[in-house]
Ligand binder design. Structure first.
Ligand code: PAF
Length: 281
């Protein structure tokens, strides 16, 4: 596995591989890697000749300084895990390499970037677009893999690529959520949870699974939402930030009484840790 800290040598290496008609798969991460990330690496390895993983805690997508400082970082362990999982190239740049000067681009993507996370984390998706557009530009992969745990992020990235990256011909590939045995969606942030909070966290996915059952039995959006609110409120560690039953493509709130082509997106504070999850109906 080759490790790159700078853009120029990585681009040189990738240009040489492309000249040999090799296909490139790309997984963008912020490190603190877990099995969810590894599932993306595995898929990329299967579908491409070479896999590049980036590890970069992107400051521009944090709208909260403490959250950025607290974000788990463990580069050496990440390298080992990637090496064990047959990743070919890692790109782990410093902040100055990615942002040699302030990047003031503003991405106007409409509702898809303004609802839910867009509303509760202002500026977050603009930061995601800044870094993902730079990374896609550098790696220029045939396929870029993103986890569905960040459901809205994938929709935003697709919209950004369509509107702002006309030269990009690769595919944005959406991959299923990987869960712990008890249902908790894997997240780097789970490492912040203490034992009690970890137990509480299970309620989030269990609530979503039950909500889907209710929906399958014909419940209305209102009934499903009420059930979710009540279920989260049963645990003292949990505090619901929002739950939305939204159209799975536009991400706009479903207006009809029963969900159709819908996704439930939920954000819950477990103690001080902000957890997100979602389920397709
Ligand atoms: O999903 C993430 O980890 C990040 O938002 C991403 C896509 C790596 C951009 O920093």
């Amino acid at each position: 596995m080759e490790i790159f800290y700078e853009i120029a040598p990585l681009k040189k290496k990738l240009a040489a591989l492309k000249l040999q008609n090799k296909t490139i798969g790309f997984v963008a991460t912020m490190g603190a890697l877990h099995q969810g990330h590894i599932s993306l690496v595995e898929k990329s390895n299967k579908e491409n000749d070479f896999t590049v993983v980036s590890i970069f805690v992107n400051p521009t997508q944090f709208n909260n300084k403490e959250d950025l400082e607290k974000y788990p970082r463990n580069l050496e362990a990440d390298f080992r895990l990637l090496e064990d999982n047959e990743c070919d190239m890692v790109f782990a740049p410093a902040v100055a390499e990615m942002y040699p000067e302030e990047d003031t681009r503003k991405f106007e993507l409409g509702d898809v970037a303004q609802v839910m996370e867009g509303k509760y984390r202002p500026g977050h998706f603009n930061g995601v677009c800044l870094i993902v557009s730079k990374l896609l530009d550098i790696v220029n992969p045939d396929n870029a893999y993103f986890g569905q745990k960040d459901y809205q992020q994938i929709a935003v990235i697709r919209a950004m690529v369509k509107k702002y990256m006309h030269g990009f011909k690769g595919n944005i590939v959406s991959c299923p959520i990987v869960r712990e045995k008890d249902g908790l969606a894997l997240s780097s942030r789970n490492s912040h949870l203490d034992e009690g909070q970890r137990k509480s966290a299970v309620i989030i996915s269990q609530t979503l699974f039950k909500a889907k059952e209710l929906s399958d039995k014909g419940a209305t959006c209102k009934e499903i939402e009420e059930f979710i609110k009540k279920s989260i409120a049963t645990d003292a560690n949990l505090c619901l930030e929002y739950v939305e039953i939204a159209d799975k493509d536009t991400l706009l709130t479903i207006k009809e009484s029963k969900p159709k082509n819908a996704v439930i997106c939920i954000t819950v504070y477990d103690g001080k840790t902000r957890l997100i999850d979602n389920i397709l109906l």
